[in-house]
Design a protein around this ligand. Sequence first.
Ligand SMILES: [Zn+2]
Ligand SMILES: [Zn+2]
Ligand SMILES: [Zn+2]
Length: 89
Amino acid sequence: MTTGTCPHIDTISEVKLPEVFECAECVKIGARWVHLRSCQICGVTLCCDSSPNKHATKHAHFTGHPVIASAQPGERWLYCYPDDAFVQY
Ligand SMILES: [Zn+2]
Ligand SMILES: [Zn+2]
Ligand SMILES: [Zn+2]
């Protein structure tokens, strides 16, 4: 992937997508989610910022893992938190 602005996305050649379409944290607490995002560093799938618990953003801030991909069927994009970089693939 080439963004020209984000060194994190530039190193990604294969996008990680989930095998199970659920938020790994919401299922533990019985919460609901809206959309799903997959961390491109460790592969965990968590919920988006429209979801009550915003687990994907919390994960990025807590772990320092910068890049997520949309795990929604039909959506093909990556986002980097520290660079605020968005790219479709
Ligand atoms: Zn970046
Ligand atoms: Zn969640
Ligand atoms: Zn991660």
